[in-house]
Write a protein that binds this ligand. Structure first.
Ligand code: MN
Length: 196
């Protein structure tokens, strides 16, 4: 668990993103999905493990359909405080573009052991996480599976078959679960603030 890469990549006098500190949820572990209009639109899927947010960029976004396996690229650990970050990362900064909190909630490991965090840490190291999400949009069982053959950073996010599995496209739900704004509305709001 190391936030030095995260901190190195950012200038905190130029971006409103939080500075990296290791921190834990008081109750259940949390997860967050941020919709991020960077050079390419993607969804950032983040799981609290050991005081940081393990993070994957999902180009096509998560799916509630077990048939739709989604490529998830492992990126640098993000700080716990990133869970509430939305707004615009200014031009010229790493990840420049608008961010909304597309989904947020708590989660746990399916492989139940007394110490959930050490279970998650060993599953992460093995490249196979089995989790239950309790979000506003994403619910139920998911697997995150690391490719054996491809480069280190390639994983798949796969919805498991349960009562929440559906062919309906969850990405049609476009608003932030915090501000209730779409990415476009958020970008506009930030622009208006800058103009004032
Ligand atoms: Mn991103």
């Amino acid at each position: 668990m190391d936030l030095s890469k995260y901190n190195q990549m950012r200038h905190f006098n130029a971006t409103a993103e939080p500075q990296g500190n290791i921190k834990k949820a008081k109750g259940e572990l949390i997860f967050v999905v941020q919709k991020h209009a960077a050079s390419h639109l993607h969804y950032d899927f983040r799981l609290e493990i050991g005081g940081v947010l393990k993070s994957w960029a999902i180009p096509k976004g998560p799916s509630m359909n077990p048939e739709k396996k989604r490529l998830a690229i492992l990126v640098e650990d993000h700080p716990y405080d990133y869970k509430d970050f939305e707004g615009t990362i200014p031009e010229g900064n790493y990840g420049a573009g608008t961010v909304i909190v597309w989904d947020q909630g708590t989660y746990t490991s399916i492989n139940n052991r007394n110490d959930v965090t050490s279970q998650l840490e060993s599953d992460f190291a093995k490249g196979h996480l089995s989790i239950i999400l309790k979000g506003k949009k994403l619910k139920g069982e998911f697997d995150l599976l690391k490719f054996k053959t491809k480069e280190e950073s390639s994983w798949l996010l796969i919805k498991q078959k349960d009562q929440y599995a559906t062919e309906d496209d969850i990405l049609k739900s476009t608003k932030s679960v915090i501000s209730n704004l779409t990415l476009e509305e958020m970008a506009q709001q930030v622009n208006e603030k800058i103009k004032r």
